[in-house]
Design a protein around this ligand. Structure first.
Ligand code: MN
Length: 189
């Protein structure tokens, strides 16, 4: 959880610094326009402080930018990221760890995820919207993938593609950890 907090704090720091420079404003000017102290603005920009929602709103109003411009992760030319930088989503099972490396965002209608499944891990998923497809490549042990009525054994070093508009589940019935890279594409039906 702390990593998620750090991640958002860093995103805000980066966005505020970039936007202030784009607008060619000094720290003093941002402080004047927003009513937030210069030292607080400086602390936010240097990632030393996690601002409150109220503070972010004052800054957004002062700079005349949408609130989301401060908190959204913009797509830069390149990104290097490690799973330790991301929150582990467990979908209700402590043996299952899902990391959203590259989530759906403006201009990206797919997401790239990393799955770390200890032996015994299981995760059930509701059907996605029609047109959604999943691509999985599994390493380590064998990953069991259930799609609707059918069950498939995937890996080690094997892959599966399926239409994900029906209930599906991932399971590690092997005695080895399974790691998998997963792409979910939210296509048109
Ligand atoms: Mn799914």
């Amino acid at each position: 959880m702390d990593q998620a907090v750090d991640f958002i704090r860093d995103v805000i720091a980066e966005n505020l610094t970039r936007i202030r420079k784009e607008k060619a404003l000094s720290l003093d000017q941002v402080a004047q326009q927003s009513g937030v102290s210069k030292s607080m603005i400086h602390q936010i920009e240097s990632g030393a402080s996690s601002p409150t929602i109220a503070t972010l709103w004052r800054i957004a109003l002062g700079l005349q930018i949408p609130f989301t411009a401060l908190i959204e992760k913009t797509i830069p030319e390149s990104v290097v990221i490690h799973k330790d930088d991301l929150p582990a989503l467990n979908n209700g099972d402590e043996h299952y760890h899902l990391y959203a490396f590259f989530p759906v965002t403006e201009g990206r209608d797919f997401e790239v995820l990393f799955l770390d499944m200890e032996p015994g891990a299981i995760s059930e998923s509701e059907p996605h919207a029609p047109g959604t497809t999943e691509y999985i490549i599994a390493t380590g042990g064998v990953m069991e993938v259930r799609v609707g009525e059918r069950t498939y054994q995937v890996g080690p070093d094997g892959g599966i593609f399926f239409a994900a508009d029906k209930p599906h589940a991932y399971c590690n019935r092997s005695d080895k950890p399974v790691k998998a890279t997963m792409v979910i594409h939210y296509g048109k039906r």
